[in-house]
Design a protein around this ligand. Sequence first.
Ligand SMILES: *[C@@H]1O[C@H](CO)[C@@H](O)[C@H](O)[C@H]1NC(C)=O
Ligand SMILES: *[C@@H]1O[C@H](CO)[C@@H](O)[C@H](O)[C@H]1NC(C)=O
Ligand SMILES: CC(=O)N[C@H]1CO[C@H](CO)[C@@H](O)[C@@H]1O
Length: 444
Amino acid sequence: MADVVVISNTIVRPESYNDESGRVKIHLTPWDLFFLRAEYPQRGLLFPQPDPETNLISQLKSSLSVALKIFYPFAGRLVKVENEDDGTASFYIDCDGSGVKFVHASAKTVSVSDVLGPADSIVPDFLNRFFPANGVKSCEGISESLIAFQLTELKDGVFIGFGYNHMVADGSSFWNFFNTWSEICSTGFDRRNFSPLLLRGWFLDGIDYPIRIPISETEIPNQIVVTSSSLQEKVFLITSRNISVLKSKANGEVDSDDRKISSLQAISAHMWRSIIRNSDLNPEEVIHCKLLMDMRRRLKPPLEKECFGNVVGFATATTTVGEMLNSGLGWAALQINKTVGSQTNEEFREFAENWVKKPKIPNHVAVSNSIIVASSPWFNVYGNDFGWGKPIAVRAGPGNTSDGKLIVYPGIEEGNIEIQTCLSSLVLEKLSSDEEFLKHACVV
Ligand SMILES: *[C@@H]1O[C@H](CO)[C@@H](O)[C@H](O)[C@H]1NC(C)=O
Ligand SMILES: *[C@@H]1O[C@H](CO)[C@@H](O)[C@H](O)[C@H]1NC(C)=O
Ligand SMILES: CC(=O)N[C@H]1CO[C@H](CO)[C@@H](O)[C@@H]1O
């Protein structure tokens, strides 16, 4: 239905980039390299229509160029070095100022309400064409830009889609960048307001770098075509009042004096239980809940919160369908709470030490019978005003969309949380009419 016409496809380079003065090389950690075969995560924001007088493209590009001067790693490229002596390869990010992809497109038949869809609807397929890095994998960052943007002009609004290389940045760093860009675009650049980028440095004592990876692990296997056609997505909203209800319910069911199940843990448990209840799995099947966690403050010594890079870990709670269905919300939340608590500095470093001994790069971050909780309700999504109004909605684009993937955002109203949920259409349909689930959630 949606005609998407590409008007231009250009490269935006960082402003006055001086190639020679201190060209930075960023070495990659085992946590970065773990994402070598992963697709670029993609997100997009829907905005109201700017004033027709606004010179949209040139404003966006010139402010992007300034933002890239600050966040220069995004403007670099991945470099692969083949080590002929032992049949391995090594990688690093060369901050060479090559620039980033910027696509200007138009879809004048699509309106804001088409993107949002009617109430209780699935996320429309045409949205995929508003994203600039469909199917691009981290290892392709050798020639592809490490972050890419697509501005699509709609009938009565604009959509900014983007994809980034997860080896270069995680969600936290990405949103810091995006906040900076929108601020520069709307208020101009004043050097005093922006501190220089803080890199994480190299913090793995006792691990030699660059890390050497067997060549076979660095190749992209022939595409196993996953018939993802049966997967569908919906965005569920949980209001702040319902979040409090779930949180106190979970804490009330946990036998502990210090009741500290967090909101996100309670919500994740509510989603997990509800999905499993509607999945028709056998009681003995093993199930997982994986949470992507920001490890910056958990490391010793801790990294600054705004430290740029990819510093995420995976916490995995595991149980069986039977056990889950025989237990309550508090129990499920506690399993999540425990696995989150077990992600310590020691655990994180041990993973790295073991990984370098025998580097293995997964083809899929997802495993079967699992939900993955990614992104965060604390990212500043709705504060991004480029000068013509705040975003109307946020959506995740294609990029390792897999059965059980939950992308969590803040809601447009403060305190609310929205969860873009990808499931097989059958499970999604059952979930959408599950009364117990809908006591605390609704489809937007
Ligand atoms: C996810 O990523 C892997 C490798 O990065 C890829 O093979 C797969 O097709 C992607 N998509 C899905 C739906 O899993
Ligand atoms: C919880 O969510 C449901 C479904 O959206 C809604 O009907 C109900 O009013 C909410 N409860 C509270 C306490 O906000
Ligand atoms: C109820 C319970 O055990 N809560 C724990 C959740 O995790 C935090 C941080 O690890 C602990 O402090 C809580 O005790």
